[in-house]
Each structure stands twice: as structure tokens, then as C-alpha cells.
Design a protein around this ligand. Structure first.
Ligand SMILES: [Zn+2]
Length: 251
């Protein structure tokens, strides 16, 4: 089945890996901004964004995959100041902001997250919002509280890496939930349970594959498992078209 992996870090994968993903059916992906060490300069992130937009889309094409860039300040890589990063995010040609969000809910993280959300709201930019592994429920609640405080449009937010525990509060409030299938995140059988309970409309699939060891075929494998149990048209929604619609991509 043709698949759209809505959250990867393509820089962490070789061209051979990307080609293998494409051969398995992953024909489109969003590559999210993340810098593996805390940047010393805000310009580091600006060059990272340029790299994602120009070079990663080029590598994707060579591999037979359309790669679209999301740009933003991940809570684990906040530079000492970020006004120029916000300016770049506003002017650069990205399909989304991401990944942004909260990790440890420090004052600095909240300020940076709110700044990016306000900008996204102003320019109608879809956002990929990271939720952490630790204290996932509490931090997800905090994220939802911030989204509501800002009056952030539900249609512009993917709350990503939901768990069996957090999925309900996310979809009940009208946001899209990102189902990240990986050994330490969601398992395919948990995705089966989730769609059995909540349907196919409010979800996108992704692998978050990139810098760390991970299953780069997770989205295809999950789509195949779902296709054996459910209507293929429904599976196609979470494997492809929901994401395309959310990011405003015609492919
Ligand atoms: Zn990620």
C-alpha cells in the first residue's frame, strides 16, 4: 500500500535506507527539524531548516520519495535566543512547523512553544506537536491547555506520539492524533485497538525513524496489518490521505 510517513528525521537515514523505504511503498514523508545537540547559535537552526528544505527533498527524490520539511524549535534543542529563528520560520517555505512541543515543561520550553504556536496561528501553518515519553499524560494535558489558551485551530494541530492513555483526550478535543509506531512508542496491535475504538478520521501514521535505532518500515507494516482487518479505504485514510489533507499536499 502507498504510504505517507508523517514524521521522520530523514537526515539520520542513508540514501539506501530511504530507497528501501520507497521500495516498500513509503512514497512521501515529512522530515521534522531536530538538532541532536543543544545549538550554541540560533543560526545553526536556520541552516538546518535550509538543509531540510533543499537537500533532504533532493535526497528524497533520488530515493523515489517526496520529502517535505517541517521547521521549528524542538524543546530539546532551544538555542540561547530564537528571535531570528522565528523570523526564518515565518519566511521560509515549509509545509509545517515541527516538531515543536514540550519535553520537561520548563519556563523556557513553554515560552518557545507558545511563540511558535502564535506564529503558526498568524500564518495558518500546520504544526506537528511532540509529546514526550516521560510523564506523557501530564505533559499532553499541559499542551492541550496551551493550545486552548491561545485559541489554536484544531485543524492545524497534530498532537504526536499519542499513547493508549492519551489518545482519547486528544481526539475528543478535535485534534489530529499522530500514531507513532515503534517498539518504545505504539505497537501495531495498539493501533488496531485505537482505530477500533475511535475510527480512522482523526489519525495519521508515522515512524519517527531517523537518528536512533528504529523500524523504518513501521508505517507500511502497520498499514498491511490494518488492511487485513479493516476496509482498505479506511486504512488508506490513516496511511495516506488524512496526512495529505492536513498538510495541504496534492500528490
Ligand atoms: Zn521526531
Amino acid at each position: 500500500m502507498k504510504c505517507f510517513d508523517t514524521h521522520i528525521h530523514s537526515e539520520g537515514r542513508s540514501i539506501e535506507d530511504l530507497t528501501a523505504m520507497s521500495n516498500e511503498g513509503i512514497k512521501a514523508a515529512i522530515t521534522c527539524a531536530f538538532y541532536p545537540i543543544k545549538p550554541m547559535y540560533q543560526e545553526t537552526l536556520i541552516d538546518l531548516f535550509r538543509k531540510l528544505i533543499d537537500f533532504e527533498s533532493y535526497r528524497g527524490k533520488k530515493a523515489g520519495m517526496e520529502i517535505y520539511a517541517a521547521v521549528g524549535i524542538h524543546p530539546r534543542c532551544i538555542p540561547p535566543s530564537y528571535n531570528k529563528v522565528l523570523d526564518a520560520m515565518e519566511s521560509i517555505d515549509s509545509v509545517a512547523f515541527g516538531e515543536i512541543g514540550l519535553e520537561e515543561v520548563t519556563k523556557e520550553e513553554v515560552e518557545v512553544f507558545e511563540g511558535q504556536l502564535k506564529l503558526a496561528k498568524k500564518i495558518d501553518k500546520p504544526c506537528i506537536i511532540h509529546t514526550p515519553r516521560k510523564n506523557k499524560l501530564d505533559v499532553t494535558m499541559k499542551i492541550l491547555e496551551i493550545l486552548e489558551k491561545i485559541g489554536f485551530p484544531e485543524s492545524l494541530a497534530i498532537v504526536d506520539h499519542v499513547s493508549v492513555e492519551t489518545v482519547e483526550i486528544v481526539v475528543k478535543r478535535g485534534y489530529i492524533a499522530g500514531l507513532t509506531v515503534q517498539p518504545e512508542k505504539l505497537k501495531s496491535d495498539e493501533v488496531v485497538l485505537i482505530v477500533e475504538n475511535y475510527g480512522f478520521e482523526n489519525f495519521v501514521l508515522n515512524s519517527d525513524t531517523g537518528f536512533s535505532e528504529s523500524d523504518m518500515f513501521a508505517v507500511v507494516k502497520t498499514a498491511d496489518i490494518l488492511a487485513k482487518k479493516f476496509n482498505k479505504k479506511d486504512v488508506e485514510k490513516i496511511a495516506w490521505s488524512n496526512g495529505m489533507k492536513f498538510f495541504g499536499i496534492n500528490l
